[in-house]
Every structure is written in structure tokens, then in C-alpha cells.
Design a protein around this ligand. Structure first.
Ligand code: EPZ
Length: 420
């Protein structure tokens, strides 16, 4: 197993280029199952989660080839309909093959994802949505089995206790493209990744209106065709580098970042004292010597993304005063608190909130990554901490950050990978 080693204290400067969005690529790869034709997806990041999705499709009998960010997919002859526990348990996003499989093959058998370190992650909204379209759903020996001759369009309300659901919206939207009649998804998620999936489906011949809003209308068609598509860049990766620049009081240009995807983060950082400017596809960040504390909550888009909560907490741990972050998407997503505290941060969990008493300095320490975004938070803390930080279980980072240590090294960070 690899670990990341960081010698803290370098101020980041220069330009960093953002990769394709993992959370757009995953459902888009699954959507390619809706046609027998070849699809070609560009800007696919080289991440272990993408590899897992490729393995799931290969397991179904789909031919795929990845070459320098271009993924070619030939689903012509696939006959499989099962996504096995061995793969699904390593990546919950595997659930997004459920909708395309039942719509295209009339049957899907997908392992229930099981527990997750960021808290309970039920799939009831996925099942409610597909059942609403007429699928017969059964839980059988740890698997969801969904069957339907042809799905039927319907008005479906997709809200749960924590609001809209990104992948449930994706699943129902994908399934509805081939249903008879019209589907209306109310309380749909409108994250940029959902919009990107809708745009890909439209390129395949789907009839979709209202993506980017909370009411998406899908008029079913008899068949879809293959498409060539370039996925959007990763707003969470961009946000992580913006925070890396801010925490090191650096000056960084983030290339390939869309400010329209990062409004809540930019607003928070300006409030904290950082300077942020933008052009059409770059964001310039200049850190400040005195970071102001803040009170904030994570929310569905365009609110502050839960996927940047841990990284923002790392920043606020060195702000000048007391901040509060309330996690309104995953109230248990706070595994990073104890590790940040091991580096000298002063953070307390109080229900779904974290109270962060800013400290003047963090100190490098051996720490353990617990999930993808928690790992990114520890990297940010390591960049600003005095001395050496060693982050174990770095495979979490490889799920979602393309060449993170190379990108940070080019900005002047002292970071490298070692065998544990
Ligand atoms: C997506 O997960 C992302 N994953 C997550 O990114 C992200 O944290 C999350 O959306 C929220 O933005 C991908 O896109 C692959 P949700 P998803 O369904 O769709 C509850 C990362 O670090 N809920 O929008 O699975 C749920 O428990 C990852 O890249 C139900 O109650 O998340 C949560 O409280 C981690 N029932 C809320 O909805 C359901 O059936 C939102 O979750 C489904 C979800």
C-alpha cells in the first residue's frame, strides 16, 4: 500500500489544469448501455473509480477501450444484467447501471451497495423511481432485481429526508429515456453532473427538458443511438485546488474551472478574505494572511457541496476565530475531524455540525485517510502544517483525484508517494 508524504510550508504558485469530472463520467459510462451503438467519451479521468465502472461493464459483456482520456464503448453484444457485490461494494456509484439495464434489457440484478464510511447511503429513492416507471422490484440475497417489459412514463416525486438525490435522478432519467410516454421527475437534482448526463442522453437522441431545474421532463423514445461526447471538468477537483491555494496563502490559476459550478465556495472564500477572479474557464485565487471564520452548511447544488466540506474544514482550522460547518447531506461525514485534530486542529463534532476553533499553526503527523474527500482535506492540512505529514491509505485519493501529487508538485508543494 502507498502513502503520501508531505513536507509542509510551501506557498503554492503557478497554474494547475483540471481533469474530467468523475461524477459526470460514471453515470455517462452507464448510460452508454442504453444503445447497441458505439459511444466515444472524451475527457474521462484516469481514476480507480472509472476503472471499477469499466470492469462492471466488461462483466456485462461490453467491449471498452480507454486511451488517453478517450473511452470507446461497444455495447452491441452485451447479454449480462448483473453487477456483482465484489465490485459494487467498492464503489456505490455502481448503482447507476440499474436504470439503464432494466430499461434496455428488461432485467437488472445489482448488488445492494452496503455500508459506507460517510454514513448511511440508502437507495430507496432509486427503487421508488424505477417502481414508479413500472419496474417490478425485489430484494433477493443482497441483490436488487428489477424487471420490466417496457417501462411507462409517470410523474415521480424524488425527494427524501435530505432533499434531492443525484444518482437517483440519474437512474430514473436514464430509464425514462426508453419508457413509453412522458416522465416528469419532481424535486430532481440539478447538480452540473446531472445536467451533463442529460446533455449526453440528448446527444444519443433522448428527449429531455428542464435539466438544470428541479423538474425534469423526459419523453420516452423507442431507441437511442451512440454519441461522441466530452464530459465537463471536475468542479470538486477545481474546488480542492482553490482551497489548496487559499490554505497556503498562495497564488494559483485554476485552468479549466467553471465559476458557475463553484459559486458557493467562491462566495465563502471571498468572505474569508481570499481574492478570487475569473475568466470564462479559469479561476485565479490569491490567499490572504488573515482568514476570517465563517458559518456555513452543505446543501444540494447550487449550495455548498458536501464533497468540499472536509477540505473547507481544513482551511477553517487555520482561520482567525471560530467557524461552524453544518453537514446537511451526510450528517455523519466527519471522519476527518479526529485526523485533523491529530495535526493540531481544534474541532468538535456537535450533532450534524462541526465547531472549528482556528489555530495559528498545524503540525505534521502520521494520519489515516478514511475516504476520498477526507484524504484531500488531510493533504491540504499537510501542505500548511509545520514538518512532515504522512497520509496512509492513499488509495482513497486515487479514486477521485487525477495525479494529485504531480499537480501539487508542479505548484511548488513538497509531496511524494512512498511504499508503506
Ligand atoms: C453523489 O452521490 C456523488 N456521487 C457523491 O460524491 C456526492 O457526495 C453526493 O452525490 C451528494 O452530492 C456520485 O455522483 C458518483 P445523493 P449520491 O443520492 O447520488 C440521501 C464523492 O466524494 N438519499 O445525492 O449517491 C442520501 O443518503 C461522492 O465524489 C436517500 O435518502 O448521493 C443523502 O443524504 C461521495 N435515498 C442525500 O440523499 C436515496 O435513495 C443525497 O445523496 C438516495 C439518497
Amino acid at each position: 500500500m502507498d502513502k503520501l508524504v508531505i513536507e509542509g510550508g510551501s506557498r503554492l504558485t503557478g497554474t494547475v489544469e483540471i481533469s474530467g469530472a468523475k461524477n459526470a463520467a460514471l453515470p455517462i459510462i452507464a448510460a452508454s448501455l442504453l444503445t447497441p451503438d458505439q459511444s466515444v467519451i472524451d475527457n474521462v479521468p484516469a481514476l480507480s473509480d472509472i476503472l471499477t465502472m469499466i470492469k462492471i461493464l466488461r462483466g456485462l459483456g461490453v467491449k471498452l477501450q480507454m486511451e488517453q482520456g478517450r473511452l470507446s464503448i461497444w455495447p452491441a453484444k452485451f447479454t449480462g444484467f448483473s453487477a456483482l457485490y465484489r465490485l459494487v461494494s467498492t464503489m456505490r456509484a455502481s448503482i447507476c447501471v440499474l436504470g439503464p439495464l432494466v430499461a434496455k434489457k428488461g432485467i437488472a440484478r445489482v448488488s445492494l451497495p452496503g455500508g459506507c464510511v460517510i454514513g448511511p447511503r440508502p437507495i430507496d429513492l432509486h427503487l421508488k423511481g424505477l417502481a414508479g416507471l413500472g419496474a417490478k422490484i425485489k430484494i433477493d440475497h443482497g441483490y436488487v432485481v428489477a424487471r420490466a417489459k417496457r417501462l411507462r412514463g409517470k410523474r415521480i416525486y424524488l425527494g427524501g429526508a435530505f432533499g434531492s438525490s443525484v444518482l437517483a435522478t440519474a437512474n430514473v432519467m436514464m430509464a425514462a429515456t426508453l419508457a413509453s410516454g412522458t416522465t416528469i421527475i419532481e424535486n430532481a437534482a440539478c447538480e452540473p453532473e446531472v445536467v451533463d448526463l442529460a446533455n449526453f442522453l440528448v446527444k444519443m437522441g433522448a428527449k429531455i427538458k428542464g435539466q438544470q431545474t428541479h423538474t425534469i421532463e423526459i419523453e420516452g423514445v423507442k431507441k437511442l443511438h451512440g454519441a461522441k461526447y466530452r464530459i465537463i471538468n471536475d468542479r470538486i477537483e477545481a474546488g480542492t485546488y482553490i482551497l489548496a491555494a487559499a490554505i497556503t496563502k498562495g497564488e494559483v490559476v485554476i485552468k479549466g474551472a467553471c465559476i458557475g459550478h463553484l459559486g458557493a465556495l467562491v462566495d465563502q472564500l471571498r468572505g474569508a478574505g481570499a481574492t478570487i477572479k475569473n475568466t470564462a474557464d479559469t479561476i485565479y485565487v490569491q490567499g490572504t494572511n488573515k482568514l476570517h471564520p465563517t458559518q456555513m452548511a452543505t446543501l444540494p447544488f447550487p449550495g455548498f457541496p458536501t464533497d468540499l466540506q472536509a477540505q473547507m474544514m481544513a482551511l477553517l482550522s487555520v482561520a482567525d476565530g471560530i467557524s461552524v460547518i453544518t453537514e446537511k447531506i451526510y450528517p455523519e461525514r466527519f471522519m476527518h475531524i479526529s485526523e485533523l485534530n491529530r495535526m493540531g486542529a481544534r474541532i468538535m463534532k456537535e450533532g450534524p455540525s462541526a465547531i472549528i476553533c482556528g489555530v495559528a499553526k498545524l503540525s505534521g503527523a502520521p494520519v489515516m485517510a478514511s475516504d476520498l474527500r477526507a484524504s484531500a482535506a488531510l493533504v491540504l492540512a499537510g501542505l500548511v502544517a509545520g514538518g512532515r505529514t504522512e497520509i496512509a491509505r492513499v488509495y482513497h485519493l486515487d479514486r477521485g483525484y487525477d495525479q494529485m501529487e504531480q499537480k501539487l508538485s508542479r505548484l511548488g508543494a513538497k509531496i511524494w508517494r512512498e511504499k508503506e
